[in-house]
Every structure is written in C-alpha cells, then in structure tokens.
Design a protein around this ligand. Sequence first.
Ligand SMILES: N[C@@H](CCC(=O)N[C@@H](CS)C(=O)NCC(=O)O)C(=O)O
Length: 205
Amino acid sequence: MIKVYGVPGWGSVISELMLTLADIPYQFINVDGFDRPGPQRDLLQNLNPLCQVPTLELEDGTVMTESAAIALMVLDRCPHLAPPVGSPERLQFQRLLIWFVANVYPTFTYADYPERWAPDAPEQLKQNCIEYRKSLYLWLDNHLQATPYALGKTLTLIDVYLVVIRTWGPRQEWFSAHTPNITAIADAVCQRPELHKVLKANEII
Ligand SMILES: N[C@@H](CCC(=O)N[C@@H](CS)C(=O)NCC(=O)O)C(=O)O
C-alpha cells in the first residue's frame, strides 16, 4: 500500500485527497515536528532530501515527491480526474497545476521559514511573500469563471488545491472577503461525501 508521510492539515492532505478521489488505498504516517531536528525529520529526510511533505512511498518502495508530480501519477491511474485530452479545459488544468507549484507554493517555502533565507530581515521577507501570495490568489479568483468546480461541472484534481489552500494563510476569512470564486469552489469540494473523512481528519471541515 502507498505510504503518505505528512502532517494533518499540511501539504500531505493534497495527496491524501487526490488518492481518495482515485480510490487508491494509502497509509498515513504522521511526521509532525519534521521541520525541527529529531527522529521525524531524520525519517523524512532519508526519503526526501528537501524534507517536505507530501512525500510518498509507493507500493514498490519508490519514493514520490512534489504534489504536481503526484497528481500526474494519480491521473495515470485515474484519468477521469482531469478534463479530457484535447479539450480547452485540459490546458487550463495543466496551466493551473503548474501555476500552483511554481508560484504559490514557493511563497510558503520562504514565508514559513523566513529566517532560513533572510536572517537579517525575516519579517520583511515573510510579509512580502504573504502580500505576493494574496496578489496571486486575486488573479486566480478572477481567472476562475466556471461552477461549481474550477473547470466546470466535473471535479478535477485542481479543486483539491483550492480546498486546501483556502485553509492556509491568509486564512479563510480573507478568502471569504476577497475571493468569492475560490470560496464557492472550496465550499463545493467540502460537500463531497467521499472526501469527508479525509477533510475532517485534516481539520478542513
Ligand atoms: N513543491 C512541493 C512543496 C511542498 C512543501 O513546501 N510542503 C511544505 C508543507 S505544506 C513543507 O514541507 N515545508 C517544509 C520546508 O519547506 O522545509 C510540492 O508541491 O509538494
């Protein structure tokens, strides 16, 4: 069975939700505290030198990291979780998938541990990243025109990112006030009964 190394509510929930949608069984291994020296960090770093979650160990022991790569792996097994090849929505799916990990995720890398990158001005780095992230979300919200999900009537793996990031900084109240489309899509994902157990375990609902 696939092992998902993670922390409840952190990036590992993105993989947990994707695997759940694809009906792929997995075992969750809690590595809470991995971002400080200790046994959890040693365990994770042994698998993933970047020491980040999500980190997966596949059925055959292969290590898999990077949420977008994990999404593509899930799609290989369960293609209906993305729009069909050749459709305009497919291109949007591909664009947004890479957009998230190329633009949004690094703002967490730098803002969550600012002293690592700017020991002389950590607070400034943190604030700049948070403001930049907000500008990304405002662009995204304008770009999302479909309902009830990001790409229309069918839930895709992009929707998983939306329901998760809405719980992270700048937090749900900010999203409610500034990003009505992200909010509506995240609310729609929260209604999916097959995701309730994982959403609850990660305190998203
Ligand atoms: N590019 C990675 C980013 C993963 C990531 O940054 N995860 C955060 C937790 S949500 C993390 O592990 N941070 C610890 C660190 O960067 O040291 C992905 O898309 O999976």
